[in-house]
Design a protein around this ligand. Structure first.
Ligand code: C5P
Length: 215
């Protein structure tokens, strides 16, 4: 049977990472947070002090990305996320990473991939496409709570401005901008706990799986 693919897209902080993890566990699928691949490229440049608009260095770093060696602890830093959205505008860098992401999706039994262009570009034939969103204010509030829960301090207005800047960059770029695929199921988590989003996603997926079993 063809590998099963769940594509999850949405802006930073909408809860798609948590949802992707829950779904991969539940359906026993492989999991790829594609944001980490762009972060790995940005991190490689930052580490050697190269500017983020050095396209040929970014291409070399993209070729060297090993999906089995993405270190979330190192790559999750806020500054790396910002930098990632800068290298993510280059079509040649995207092409190299998308190729690796597609190979990953093909591996049986299939995968949950989350990012910005999974349903539109990476896996346009995905069995399920989810677009997870939430208002910028709610996402900023969640980020603030997350920082405070680990004893940090931050300013709501700054976080909000950051999120809005990242949204603009991701939605406004020419190549593979963030947008819902025409056939994506929309999940607005602004007023929905992650558990409710998980249940809503499961209902959609179980329906598709039941039809696939009958076919
Ligand atoms: O999801 P995360 O915040 O880790 O992604 C970091 C950045 O990588 C995003 O802001 C976006 O610019 C880029 N990205 C992308 N396409 C993806 C995943 C992430 O352009 N599929």
């Amino acid at each position: 049977m063809k590998p099963f693919t769940i594509a999850i897209d949405g802006p930073a902080g909408a809860g798609k990472g948590t949802l992707a993890r829950r779904l991969a566990d539940h359906y026993r699928l492989n999991l790829l947070d594609t944001g980490l691949t762009y972060r790995a490229v940005a991190h490689a440049l930052l580490q050697v002090g190269l500017p983020l608009d050095n396209v040929s260095a970014a291409e070399t770093a993209a070729r060297q990305v090993d999906l089995a060696k993405l270190d979330r602890a190192v790559l999750s830093a806020h500054a790396v996320g910002e930098a990632a959205s800068k290298v993510a505008v280059f079509p040649t860098v995207r092409r190299i990473l998308v190729e690796k992401q597609r190979e990953f999706a093909k591996t049986p039994p299939g995968a949950v991939l989350d990012g910005r262009d999974i349903g539109t570009v990476v896996c346009p034939d995905a069995d399920i496409k989810l677009y997870v969103t939430a208002s910028a204010e709610v996402r900023a509030q969640r980020r603030l709570a997350e920082i405070e829960s680990i004893g940090g301090t931050a300013n709501f207005a700054e976080i909000l401005a950051d999120i809005q800047r990242r949204d603009e960059r991701d939605m406004g770029r020419a190549d593979s901008p963030l947008k819902p695929a025409a056939d994506a199921h929309l999940l607005d988590t602004s007023e929905m706990a992650i558990e409710a989003a998980f249940l809503a996603a499961m209902a959609v997926i179980d329906d598709v799986l039941a039809k696939r079993d009958k076919a």
